[in-house]
Design a protein around this ligand. Sequence first.
Ligand SMILES: Cc1cc2nc3c(=O)[nH]c(=O)nc-3n(C[C@H](O)[C@H](O)[C@H](O)COP(=O)(O)O)c2cc1C
Length: 362
Amino acid sequence: MAKKRKWQQLLAALGGELDAPESAMWSDLKLRPLALPEVDLDEVRMDTVFLGHGLRYPVLVGALTGGHRRLATINRRLATLTHRNGLAMSVGSQREQLVEPEAGTSFRVVRRAAPASFIMANIGAAQLVEQVSGPRMDARDLEQLVESIQADALVVHANFVHEALQPEGDTRAYGVLEALGHLVKELHCPVLVKETGSGLDRLTARRLEAVGVAALETAGAGGASMARMERRLAQWRGDDQAASTAATFVDWGIPAPASFLEVRQATSVPVIAGGGIRTGLDAVRALAAGADLVSVSLPLIQKAASSDNQLQRWMNGFLQEMRLGMFLVGAASLGQLRDMAPVVLTGSTREYVEMVNKRPMV
Ligand SMILES: Cc1cc2nc3c(=O)[nH]c(=O)nc-3n(C[C@H](O)[C@H](O)[C@H](O)COP(=O)(O)O)c2cc1C
């Protein structure tokens, strides 16, 4: 079932626009250039250290796919990109691998193509508690998934809006936080948590920090919309009612930049900013506002479905935009960019963040 779902997700991602209509407003974070940058463009470096691992660029190839024989090529291309450019990568949900070990092939190609890169394993938060679809996964199961790709960390992704809109989605959410608390203690590698539907709120972020997660990844409204994906899948199977319900939720959630800003403010763990990062300039905006890494997903699966060459060309453009953004604000390194914080919050993101800050943290 999950295996078929990953294949359908790929088709939906390739089948047209999937970004939420209210696209992520990263442009509300206005960069302040320096008229005389006093830095040479050639001098700009973006190397960083994330959870003890050196990266050439602060970019995470977001969790996307795997679990189906035909998805191995895409994962190999994403891993090759990661390896060649000194990025980090998360594989897509490995849920299927425990049920059907053969599904592991499409994940193991990742470690082969990126032998020394920072690679993260991936599982849904819903799998940490018992569901109608099956028993909960414990630390031993997850250790197996991590070991199968010699992952450096495990990402647990929460996306209950997506689960709720899927036929037979896993909608039991009670007890996930406690299960995460146990997992963090039992697993032999760092555990990260990301939210990619509703957006990560600051209260949950604080709770996750308190139970010991190593880092957080934010997303939310803007960027790839899983509701939009479910609407498309429902239309394809002729389920008008499910399509209409999914349509109601297409721009659901905390706007991605606002989610990042509230989590950055509320916690002191490393934060990866994701959701609708579409240009290198969006990346510099997030990094200038304190992101440790930025993650990009939808554009990469679309390019990876074409060829290695198309994927690398897209990334070349993205990295060049990052370099130009850093140059024009006068930052020769990520350390300088963070110290200078050349970013001014405007527009509806500012309004949203201000209103949230006025509320008690409940
Ligand atoms: C086709 C597709 C499949 C995805 N599968 C997963 C997954 O298995 N695990 C996960 O953590 N996130 C998954 N995501 C979410 C992405 O990693 C990311 O958080 C989200 O798409 C927002 O980033 P973007 O706007 O750059 O695409 C998927 C996204 C897409 C588009």
